[in-house]
Design a protein around this ligand. Structure first.
Ligand code: ZN
Length: 461
């Protein structure tokens, strides 16, 4: 098992060897969803990649403490501190209140997490549970002179944090005021961002907390810094997110955390790429939003989507199509059938030495090379029958969580009865009947292989 885990670190823009600060507590933070609408497959793709990361860390026998936040306040429709709060908008559109919108979509999101067999984070932190801590962080930034006040809120003055542009390698001179639309006239620099927003008289904003003598709510970026500080402590080992977070959200997290706490926020920053649907960005206006429930309507399981995601590398741009999902579904079926086959074989080899087996060491090596799941999958596809064992497949299952050992769909009473009638028919060389029974089995979801050890059933869907 002594492989070095190599990960592409966005801080250095290089693949580096990862070692935790403390193997008994690998501190990971994952930017979570804004719970204002039903999550779509693009949202879940990121969590599928981070699930692989967590499983690989655990396979290294490191203990993981991962925190995922749930944004239920303050995320505006524009990342530029303009526009409406997404939760308030969700409530207005669905005719219910913000709290139940948040509750409903959080429950939905976590149900999807379970359907995808994603390892649940040790801490799931709701932004609205950290308002007091948010306010303490804003005060810290105020005391240290990093902020200024406008009519609109408390802003972080990015010019006071000289390393501001470093994280995303921003070219600040290109970000002239007015280069982006609707820059608040009171902002000192275009990159400045709100750490706290004031609610204007007459403005409808249900979620509100008193601070500095006025009602308001936290700026979107703030919660991640607050939650990391409270639940993990800086520096954390790995911060994950999407590449779209790099220039604004993560840049702002770094600035406010490192300014306030004077410690590095995270040692590693890992980002996954986008998912498009048939070449287009996923968006409501294009009508190409696909949810997990819609996968079901097309005859797919969430786990078919999971294997599809892992067929690509987390840093590559992925383009979803129903045809490519079909191929992924076939692959998962093939793998489940290898497991079902081995489980039915009576002469299972003794399998102590899986670590020394060549296929296991190459699968493990590939995952340690910056989570190269597509390469690992290719190795799995090429397993020769004599290289396979249940122990090896259990390892594969542990690493990817694909439901390969799920026995809930195994032949039930009816299928078992047909199988034994068919065995008897073959024994008595009644081959017409045996073929007819094969067809009956096929209709209820099973194929059958005739082997020297007798009949072996296989899933056919
Ligand atoms: Zn974040």
């Amino acid at each position: 098992m002594n492989e070095d885990l190599k990960l592409y670190n966005n801080l250095s823009r290089e693949v580096e060897v990862f070692q935790p600060q403390n193997p008994n507590q690998v501190k990971i933070y994952t930017c979570g969803p804004t719970v204002y609408s039903t999550p779509h497959i693009g949202n879940y793709a990121a969590y599928i990649y981070w699930d692989l990361l967590v499983r690989v860390l655990k396979q290294h026998e490191w203990k993981v403490r991962r925190v995922l936040n749930i944004t239920d306040v303050g995320h505006l429709t524009s990342d530029e501190d303009e526009g409406e709060d997404k939760l308030e908008k969700g409530a207005r559109q669905s005719g219910s209140d913000v709290w139940s919108v948040a509750e409903r979509h959080m429950t939905e999101f976590l149900a999807g997490f379970r359907d995808l067999e994603l390892v649940e984070p040790e801490v799931i932190a709701r932004a609205t549970d950290y308002i007091t801590e948010d306010q303490a962080l804003v005060r810290e930034l105020m005391v240290k002179g990093y902020t200024y006040e406008t009519r609109d809120g408390i802003y972080f003055d990015t010019a006071k944090f000289p390393r501001y542009a470093d994280f995303a390698r921003l070219k600040l001179e290109q970000l002239k005021p007015g280069a982006r639309v609707a820059v608040s006239v009171e902002k000192r620099n275009p990159t400045d961002f709100a750490v706290w927003k004031f609610i204007q008289p007459g403005e409808k904003h249900t979620m509100r907390w008193n601070f500095l003598g006025r009602p308001g709510y936290p700026g979107w970026h703030l919660e991640c810094s607050t939650i990391i500080h409270g639940e993990l402590g800086e520096p954390i080992d790995i911060h994950t997110g999407g590449i779209d977070h790099i220039p604004v959200h993560h840049t702002n997290e770094v600035a406010q955390s490192e300014a306030a706490f004077e410690r590095q926020l995270s040692r590693f920053w890992i980002h996954c790429n986008f998912l498009t649907v048939e070449g287009e960005k996923i968006s409501k206006s294009l009508g190409n939003v696909i949810t997990l429930a819609m996968l079901g309507e097309h005859g797919f399981l969430p786990l078919d989507f999971k294997i599809w995601v892992l067929q690509g590398h987390y840093r590559s741009l992925r383009d979803f199509s129903w045809t490519s999902l079909e191929a992924a579904q076939k692959r998962r079926l093939k793998w489940r059938n290898r497991v079902a086959y081995l489980q039915q074989m009576t002469d299972n080899k003794t399998e102590e030495n899986v670590d020394a087996m060549t296929p296991w060491s190459s699968i493990w090596h590939e995952l340690n090379e910056d989570l190269n799941s597509p390469a690992a999958f290719a190795t799995i596809d090429q397993l020769a029958p004599e290289q396979e064992s249940l122990v090896l497949w259990q390892r594969i299952e542990q690493l990817f969580g694909l439901g390969l050992f799920d026995s809930s769909a195994k032949p039930g009473k009816e299928a078992r009865r047909i199988l034994s009638r068919r065995a008897a028919a073959r024994e008595e060389r009644r081959f017409d009947q045996s073929d007819q029974l094969r067809d009956e089995l096929s209709e209820i979801g099973f194929d059958v292989l005739d082997t020297p050890q007798g009949q072996i059933w296989q899933y056919n869907k």
